[in-house]
Design a protein around this ligand. Structure first.
Ligand SMILES: [Zn+2]
Length: 233
């Protein structure tokens, strides 16, 4: 008779048998993913981008059915640990872990669905808060001419013109998720957007790419805000 341990060892040794134990791969994927998200989150806290329990991070751990690993609500991101992540389904119901997901989980799901993104990151930095307020009359921010733009997926030159839309903030996440979906549909090629006087959302095909996009966009917003020259569309 096979014990669970022996079955797992056998499944690992013989990939052809993995179909017999589908949860094994998914579990490994979840724990690896949340470890990486927790480390990224602590790093963002150290940079001052997710203070006071703000911000949230997610990554897709299964496409079919859709499952996201996501931070539960109200966590100090400076001490973020892998055990503080939840797994949610396509309607933001918790299927694994203790706690509630942030209300903003609906925005993560809208981005994952709309763009087939693999990871979504949301920060509340000083600079994104400043610019998403001062530039709201223009509907967004143009980022152009900066070498750092080449850190965004698919961008090859500093001459690239990146549009970062600013959406009006709301506490009605269903309504806001609908506006996020329409914004992503109307403007293909976006790498992120701002919520007015709130913060930044960006994404990537995996946590590493999404982290890089946060770093690039936060860098560029700080440059614009410090130089006092945020150009409009
Ligand atoms: Zn937020």
């Amino acid at each position: 008779m096979w014990t669970m341990k022996a079955l797992k060892a056998r499944s690992k040794a013989n990939p052809a048998r993995r179909g017999a134990a589908p949860d094994t791969g998914k579990l490994a994927n979840f724990s690896k993913t949340v470890e990486s998200l927790a480390e990224i989150g602590r790093g963002f806290y150290a940079r001052g981008w997710v203070l006071g329990t703000s911000g949230n991070f997610s990554a897709v751990v299964s496409r079919r059915p859709l499952r996201l690993a996501i931070t539960s609500t109200g966590l100090d991101k400076g001490a973020l640990m892998p055990g503080q992540f939840l797994e949610i389904d396509e309607t933001a119901n918790v299927v694994r872990g203790e706690g509630r997901p942030s209300a903003e989980a609906l925005l993560h799901l809208a981005i994952v669905r709309g763009l087939q993104a693999g990871a979504v990151m949301h920060t509340h930095s000083v600079w994104s808060t400043v610019l998403s307020g001062t530039q709201v009359r223009d509907g967004g921010i143009v980022l152009e001419g900066y070498e750092m733009l080449k850190g965004l997926a698919g961008v090859q030159t500093h001459k690239h013109r990146e549009w970062l839309p600013i959406l009006e903030n709301s506490q009605d996440m269903g309504e806001l998720a609908d506006r996020v979906t329409s914004t992503l549909e109307e403007t293909p090629g976006l790498h992120g957007f701002l919520l007015q006087q709130h913060g930044l959302y960006t994404w990537g095909e995996n946590p590493t790419e999404a982290k890089r996009h946060v770093e690039i966009l936060e860098f560029l917003m700080e440059v614009l805000a410090r130089s006092g020259t945020a150009p409009s569309r």
